[in-house]
Design a protein around this ligand. Structure first.
Ligand SMILES: Cc1cc2nc3c(=O)[nH]c(=O)nc-3n(C[C@H](O)[C@H](O)[C@H](O)COP(=O)(O)OP(=O)(O)OC[C@H]3O[C@@H](n4cnc5c(N)ncnc54)[C@H](O)[C@@H]3O)c2cc1C
Length: 614
């Protein structure tokens, strides 16, 4: 039986549809049940929520916890911190909303069985830094997933959502989504008045440092494939800050995190000659960004900047000085456990390269850029804010609703709110779900209507790569080379190369300019045309095909945003060579884009930044 001939279409009706069962999706599913006891709550996930998303492998720290019960921090403090780190530009209403709710989510995790380390003297959670608390987090994701599983009417694992469905009776209103089961090939039509997109961020947009022998080894999860952006973009939702890609300083080759090393082990960095180098770049950085370099803590991007300049000056590699800290057996244990809880690969890389941090100071490097909305970066959808706190210009509907009616988002999906991390993403999922339930209840008996013609047409579009392969495979001239289709991997590598060379990736020291971006857009357009000829030999490759399509759309958005913002706001994340300085007069604002799927055009605009917290 051919895969195509045996395909079924499965219809699923729900009141609230959650797309992506990662941290935000699990939070949304859990909370939707609390407010919507009698509602039909469905979560759809392309992997299995037990171990999916960026937290799949576990974490060693929860990076967003106020500690209000011990008067450690207040929500306003976190807004100030995130604002400073993002060089002045965050949605303070959304950030405040998460900060005021995040602690209760962390308390839930503990109640559900997550072991949180405690300070033996005070009994309070063990702090790694001002915002981070330490956990034994290997099973963090299964613990959170269990709560979502118990709350959901049904969780559909192994279904990749490819498109949202729109209401045929009312323009600009969502009506559901379609996707396919990556194991059986069945086509799914989900009908729902409220849809919450929680599909994570995007890796493999830019060419990674590890290619060939190490392909797939990236800092961010390789399966985070930009659906969180492509789905709303295609539905016409406005996006914000898509230029604000993130670059991470990490241990070389294994991308092992450095947070616990800096904060808990108190290790520090030096150049190849054993010298402190950050102060050398103080004047240079001040020249570019003014007094942002004097802020405490120094914004993440500016710390990258000093490393990049030192490397360009020929004094690399930069090393983390671990030899001193690792003489203390307690710190040595923490140093290794830090990786064993979430990045085992780094321990393996060190073992394979004869690096014992007790005797050798390991190298650091800067990663390729990623697009996400929950780390030290804030790309994502433009969302309505909380009723009691958002300025009127940031409110057009329900909390966390995008500019499309009934379409909500949380976690990496929502823009303008950096530093939510795992706990904040879960909390934001809860916030979005509460609003989505209110939206559904306010609709009463009225329901959006799904157009049969729309989903029938999408079915053809979704499975086209398999047909292309079926038809074209007889023409293969050699190995995998075919005149009539391209494979998803070939398309992905072409995308990464374009983004790397034209939009500010590693090979150009993260630097771009208007002519490069213009050419980059032309090349992306050509790639887009060629992707009509993607060929998928099986369902796995079909999934890769749609991941690539989603990455391409997100990349286009990143490129348009980067072109629009004619300044360098975040040196260390990327540089506009033609506008090398921060420009607070013209660009102390958000950038917004809107895609028109009929014409394929993008519209850009500015939106004001309101400082609500002193
Ligand atoms: C390397 C790394 C280290 C981190 N370290 C920490 C840390 O130490 N502490 C901390 O608190 N936070 C940390 N974070 C941040 C935290 O992991 C994220 O903030 C959080 O996972 C974001 O939640 P999310 O739900 O938006 O995305 P995710 O948790 O990634 O979930 C997205 C989900 O959507 C699914 N999905 C994607 N596309 C589709 C589709 N088309 N159809 C159906 N399902 C889809 C995915 O499979 C996934 O399950 C780290 C993140 C990374 C990448």
């Amino acid at each position: 039986m051919g895969l195509l001939s045996g395909r079924k279409t499965v219809y699923v009706d729900s009141d609230v549809l959650v797309i992506g069962g990662g941290m935000a999706g699990c939070g949304a599913t859990y909370e939707a049940r609390y407010w919507g006891r009698d509602l039909n709550i469905v979560c759809v996930e392309k992997a299995n929520i037990e171990r999916s998303g960026a937290v799949a492998q576990g974490l060693y720290a929860i990076n967003c916890y106020m500690g209000m019960q011990w008067d450690e921090n207040q929500p306003e403090d976190h807004v100030r911190y995130a604002r400073n780190d993002l060089m002045g530009l965050v949605r303070e209403d959304l950030g405040y909303d998460i900060a005021r709710h995040v602690d209760s989510s962390v308390h839930k995790f503990e109640e559900w069985g997550l072991p949180i380390m405690r300070d033996p003297e005070t009994g309070q959670y063990q702090r790694e830094g001002k915002w981070q608390i330490m956990i034994h987090g290997e099973s963090y994701k299964p613990i959170v997933a269990e709560a979502a599983r118990k709350a959901a009417s049904k969780v559909y694992n192994r279904i990749m959502v490819t498109h949202l469905l729109m209401d045929k009776t009312k323009a600009n209103r969502v009506a559901g989504a379609v996707g396919f089961n990556v194991r059986t090939g069945d086509f799914y039509v989900f009908r729902a008045p409220a849809v919450i997109v929680a599909a994570g961020g995007a890796s493999h947009i830019f060419k990674p440092r590890s290619v060939g022998e190490g392909m797939g080894r990236t800092w961010y999860a390789p399966w985070s494939s930009a659906s969180a952006y492509a789905l709303p973009i295609l539905a016409g939702a406005k996006m914000t800050q898509m230029e604000n890609r993130i670059v991470l300083t990490r241990f070389k080759d294994g991308y092992g995190p450095v947070g616990a090393y800096f904060l808990h082990l108190k290790t520090y960095t030096e150049n190849a000659y054993g010298d402190e180098y950050e102060s050398n770049w103080y004047e240079n950085t001040k020249e570019l960004v003014g007094d942002y370099i004097d802020r405490h803590p120094v914004p993440t991007c500016l710390r990258n900047h000093a490393i990049l300049e030192e490397l360009k000056a020929g004094r690399g590699p930069i090393r983390m000085v671990t030899k001193e800290a690792f003489q203390d057996p307690h710190k040595e244990t923490i140093g290794w456990e830090n990786f064993l809880g979430m990045t085992i690969g780094q321990a393996v890389v060190w073992a394979s390269q004869n690096i014992d941090p007790k005797h050798t100071n390991p190298e650091l490097t800067t990663s390729e850029p990623y697009v996400m909305g929950s780390h030290a970066t804030c790309s994502g959808a433009w969302a309505s804010g909380p009723e009691d706190y958002a300025p009127s210009e940031y409110q057009w509907g329900y909390n966390r609703m995008m500019t499309v009616d009934g379409l909500f988002g949380a976690g990496d999906t929502i823009g303008g709110t950096a530093h939510k991390f795992s706990s904040g993403s879960f909390a934001e999922g809860r916030i979005a779900a509460k609003a989505a339930v209110n939206y559904v209840k306010d609709l009463g008996k009225e329901r959006p209507q799904v157009s049969e013609a729309e989903y029938k047409n999408l079915e053809k579009v979704v499975f086209r790569p398999m047909e292309n392969y079926e038809v074209g495979r007889n023409e293969i001239v050699a190995g995998t080379v075919s005149p009539s289709y391209i494979l998803p991997l070939q398309g992905l590598q072409r995308l990464e190369k374009i983004m790397d060379e034209y939009v500010g990736g590693i090979s150009s020291h993260y630097t771009t300019n208007e002519p490069l971006l213009t050419r980059g857009l032309e090349l992306l357009e050509m790639l887009k045309q060629d992707l009509n000829h993607l060929g998928a030999e099986d369902l796995h490759q079909l999934q890769r095909s749609w991941e690539l399509q989603h990455r391409l759309l997100a990349s286009e958005s990143v490129t348009h945003h980067t072109m629009f913002r004619t300044e360098t706001r975040w040196p260390g994340y990327y540089y506009r060579g033609d506008h090398p300085k921060l420009d607070d007069n013209d660009w102390h604002c958000f950038t917004l884009s809107q895609y028109d799927r009929d014409s394929g055009s993008w519209e850009m605009e500015k939106a004001p930044v309101y400082h609500i917290v002193d």
